[in-house]
Design a protein around this ligand. Structure first.
Ligand code: UDP
Length: 439
């Protein structure tokens, strides 16, 4: 990367989604603690508020919304993101031009989420270095890279063969076809095109990933070789530099409820900020949980049950069962919940942030993946890291806990050590800072 001594501003760009914004703010905090000024550029929808962010000193700039968020439903997520990348280019260029004009040429780098690849056009135009930030696993990037080289039509024919589903994909062991992020995303042609956009590194000079080398050593080496640019695994970012950037109001009353439960007795259930379950799945879960006699803390996000605003629209019986055996919130202080001594298991959709948060707290997982890379994470949780089970058929939580506890303890220590002095992520952050040429 070109020497940019004395340039200490980092511009951050994230998609307006909780699972992407949270790690981006954590990365911003980690870099601000190393002496950089941080500018967050965001659209109007789902903004990280400057007041709610604990990272004081961040500058927040709003650029005009180039594509209404309501278009997601009409276009589908993949088409929406591709269109957003086209329509955002001009406003982001204007924003960078303004920044350079007002604040002088002090931008050390633009760090953008891999989904926001429109940032490259501005980086190129103003001759600014850029770095890609990935909020999923290194293995997901490897998958995108392998998939982007396949023929979508042939792949689709293969995928339709039920026998293929259980076969291990060449070059992606232990992933089977059914674990691939491409399965169940809708039309494959646009998805493969999108993968190609994501893996095309353009002029970015490095990649930062919210992962830990002890979890993904071989995928990280593969990526490093494939991309030919430095790859910095800085995770788990929530322990490297924790921030508060919740878009929804956290209901802290659940902590009082947890305080009254026995140690390791509660199942915490959350499907993250985006996934939606069908009414039938929800009702099955209600019955299953009720029969299990296990106390549970359940995050039922408004809109997370397809076709219903929230649980008020269900027969009273349902809310009664749910509130008799468990505790319901619309949004929880998840990291604190996972660290609570009463929590013994995490029934999760396997989003990458939730997975890292659970591993760090040593909570075994029951995996119920919905979309995209969640299936891939679930496969790794069950078969590679052996810290949970995939939900297939009936759930026997006690068995899960016994089977995984011993293995989890080892992982917890490794992950916590990774962000301490001398640990792999701590070292990767120092290397990144040196790379940015300010030390
Ligand atoms: N989260 C939270 N409270 C909740 C549910 C989720 O704070 O009730 C946070 C969670 O700690 C994680 C993020 O929301 O940091 C979800 O990100 P993840 O990658 O797990 O899933 P996504 O929402 O992107 O599907």
């Amino acid at each position: 990367m070109e020497k940019r001594e004395g340039k200490r501003r980092i511009v951050l760009v994230s998609p307006p989604a909780q699972g992407h914004m949270t790690p981006m703010m954590q990365l911003g905090k980690a870099l601000s603690l190393k002496g950089f000024s941080i500018t967050v550029v965001q659209g109007e929808f789902n903004q990280v508020s400057s007041s709610s962010n604990h990272s004081s000193g961040f500058q927040f700039i709003t650029i005009p919304e180039s594509l209404p968020e309501s278009e997601v439903e009409r276009l589908g997520v993949i088409e929406f993101l591709m269109k957003l990348n086209k329509t955002s280019e001009a406003s982001f260029k204007d924003c960078i031009a303004q920044l350079l004009l007002q604040q002088g040429n002090d931008i050390a780098c633009i760090v953008y989420d891999e989904l926001m690849y429109f940032c490259e056009a501005a980086a190129k135009e103003f001759n600014l270095p850029s770095i890609i930030f990935s909020t999923t696993t290194a293995t997901h990037k490897v998958c995108c890279s392998v998939l982007s080289k396949l023929n979508a039509k042939k792949f689709l024919i293969d995928m339709e063969d039920p026998e293929v589903q259980d076969k291990v994909v060449k070059n992606l062991h232990p992933l089977k076809y059914k674990d691939l992020p491409a399965s169940g995303v809708g039309p494959l042609e646009p998805y493969f095109k999108f993968c190609r956009e994501i893996v095309n590194k353009r002029t970015a000079s490095a990649v930062i990933i919210n992962t830990v080398s002890c979890l993904e050593n071989s995928s990280l080496s593969w990526l490093q070789q494939e991309l030919g640019i430095p790859v910095y695994p800085l995770g788990p970012l929530h322990i490297l530099a924790s921030t508060y950037s919740s878009l929804l109001q956290e209901d802290r009353s659940c902590i009082g409820w947890l305080n009254k439960q026995k140690p390791r007795s509660v199942i915490y259930i959350s499907i993250g900020s985006v996934a939606q379950m069908q009414t039938k799945e929800f009702l099955e879960m209600v019955c299953g949980l009720s029969n299990s006699n296990q106390p549970f803390l359940w995050v039922i996000r408004p809109g997370s049950i397809s076709g219903s605003e929230w649980i008020e629209s269900f027969p009273e019986e349902v809310s009664k069962i749910v509130s008799e055996k468990g505790y319901i919130v619309k949004w929880a202080p998840q990291i604190e919940v996972l660290g609570h001594p009463a929590v013994g298991g995490f029934w999760s959709h396997c989003g990458w942030n939730s997975t890292l948060e659970s591993i760090v707290e040593g909570v075994p997982m029951i995996c119920m993946p919905f979309i995209g890379e969640q299936k891939l994470n679930a496969k790794y949780i069950e078969s590679v890291w052996r810290i949970g089970i995939q939900l297939e058929g009936k759930v026997e939580r006690g068995q899960v806990e016994k089977a995984v506890k011993r293995l989890i303890v080892g992982e917890v220590e490794k992950l916590k050590a990774s962000v301490r002095s001398g640990g792999s992520s701590h070292k990767a952050l120092d290397d990144l800072v040196k790379y940015l040429n300010v030390e």
